[in-house]
Design a protein around this ligand. Structure first.
Ligand code: MN
Length: 229
């Protein structure tokens, strides 16, 4: 007997891989405050805190960028450029020494944030979901496989808005490296193939307006262009 549905099931979210094939996404994990200079600009002590995580809806992904809508109910929609790790396998309590074996590849992404809602949520001790989970709030580039690009440690990550450099850092500036992040996250959640991890943003976050063009890049690896509408 064929199954019937009250409406057609939505297809799964897929990100193209550089050079062919596609990466199907399961979950989107994000690390908060992972660059010292960004923690400082947000008024936090960057140094010894363990990493903390939040999630974005899988449906907030916009594969390969393009046009994204300025969301309702915010007057302060911020860009956060981030290295994104794409897992090909997972597990629970992964050791730091094994963690990179689970990485399929890397992309550059934007953790677009309703900053005004986030500031309010922090003040009130409320969840961040609506600050972080706006529709189309996770544009992401093609994935470069480890086979193709190797592991990334010291590359430059940057974001330009209308041609002006707003964010720039080296991946080595991250407080918690990729292997440590995977290991730490896997203490709490069983990681699986298709899990993406946004690894935190460098300093220089700021507001975007309708009409702005954003270009995010990890130099020599991958690039993403987004237009705010
Ligand atoms: Mn972020």
């Amino acid at each position: 007997m064929t199954k019937s549905f009250i409406f057609s099931p939505k297809g799964s979210i897929v990100i193209p891989v550089l050079g062919g094939t596609n990466y199907p996404v399961r979950r989107v994990y994000c690390v908060g405050r992972n660059y010292e200079a960004h923690a400082l600009e947000m008024g936090n002590n960057p140094v010894k805190d363990p990493p903390f995580f939040f999630m974005k809806p899988v449906e907030s992904i916009v594969s390969e960028g393009g046009e994204i809508a300025y969301p309702p109910e915010t007057k302060e929609y911020h860009h956060e450029v981030e290295l994104v790790v794409a897992l090909k396998s997972g597990g629970i309590s992964i050791r730091v020494a094994d963690a990179l074996n689970h990485v399929f590849g890397y992309a550059v992404g934007l953790d677009m944030t309703r900053r005004d809602l986030q500031t309010e949520a922090k003040k009130m001790g409320r969840p961040w979901d609506f600050a972080k989970g706006a529709d189309q709030s996770a544009p992401i580039s093609r994935v470069c496989s480890v086979e193709e690009c190797g592991h990334l440690y010291n590359e430059k990550i940057s974001l330009r808005v209308n041609g002006n450099l707003k964010q720039e850092a080296k991946l080595s500036d991250m407080i918690w490296g990729v292997a440590e992040i995977i290991s730490y996250l896997s203490k709490y959640q069983t990681l699986q193939p298709g899990d993406l991890i946004f690894t935190g943003t460098p300093a220089g976050v700021g507001p975007v307006d309708k009409g702005d063009q954003l270009v995010a890049a990890i130099s020599g690896v991958t690039k993403l262009t987004v237009q705010i509408n």
